[in-house]
Design a protein around this ligand. Structure first.
Ligand SMILES: Nc1nc2c([nH]c(=O)n2[C@@H]2O[C@H](COP(=O)(O)OP(=O)(O)OP(=O)(O)O)[C@@H](O)[C@H]2O)c(=O)[nH]1
Length: 145
C-alpha cells in the first residue's frame, strides 16, 4: 500500500551575518538529539506558514514575520514518509528560548554540529549550492552517500 506523506514545515532562520539556526531534537522523539532545522508537522487545515509560525512559537518562543517558501524535499524514514516544506525566515520577534529542552546552535558553513538529521541533507546541499560553496555529504556525516 502506498504510504501517505506526513507534511512538515521547517524553518531556515537566517541572521544578517548569514548564520543559520539548528536545534537538537528533544528526547523521546524519533532521532532524539539529532540536529535539525526547527519546525514540525502540519495540523489539519493549517498552511505551511501557519504551522511554522505555531511550531516556532511553541518550541522557541519567537514570533516570526514572513516565512518565505523556498524548497520542498522528501525523506523516507522507517517511521514516516515526510514531505518537508522549507521556508526561509529573516525576521522574528522575541528571545530564543528552548522550550522543549533542545539545544541550539547558530552555524556558518559548513555546519559543525553532529549528528545531523538525514532528512535535512538535501536542503543543506541546496544551501551550499546557493552560496557557491562545495558540499561534501560525507564530511557532514551522511551515510551511504
Ligand atoms: N523539524 C524538522 N523536521 C525534520 C527535519 N528533517 C526531517 O527529516 N524532519 C522530519 O520531519 C518530521 C517532523 O516531525 P516532528 O516529530 O519534529 O514534528 P512535531 O514537532 O510536530 O512532532 P509531534 O508529533 O511530537 O507533535 C520528523 O519525521 C523528522 O524526522 C528538519 O530539518 N526539521
Amino acid at each position: 500500500m502506498k504510504r501517505r506523506h506526513t507534511e512538515v514545515a521547517a524553518g531556515i532562520l537566517l541572521r544578517a551575518d548569514g548564520q543559520m539556526l539548528l536545534t537538537s531534537r528533544p528526547e523521546g522523539k524519533p532521532y532524539a538529539l539529532y540536529w535539525e532545522f526547527p519546525g514540525g508537522k502540519l495540523e489539519a487545515g493549517e498552511s505551511v506558514e501557519q504551522a511554522l509560525r505555531r511550531e516556532l512559537q511553541e518550541e522557541l518562543g519567537i514570533t516570526i514575520a514572513a516565512a518565505h517558501p523556498w524548497q520542498v524535499t522528501e525523506h523516507d524514514y522507517p517511521h514516516a514518509l515526510v514531505r518537508l516544506h522549507w521556508c526561509k525566515v529573516f525576521d522574528w520577534q522575541g528571545e530564543l528560548q528552548m522550550r522543549e529542552g533542545q539545544r541550539m546552535a547558530w552555524q556558518s558553513w559548513p555546519p559543525t554540529v553532529r549528528p545531523l538529521l538525514p532528512g535535512a541533507f538535501p536542503v543543506l546541499q541546496m544551501l551550499a549550492q546557493e552560496r557557491g560553496l562545495p558540499f561534501d555529504a560525507r564530511a557532514l556525516g551522511a551515510e551511504g552517500s
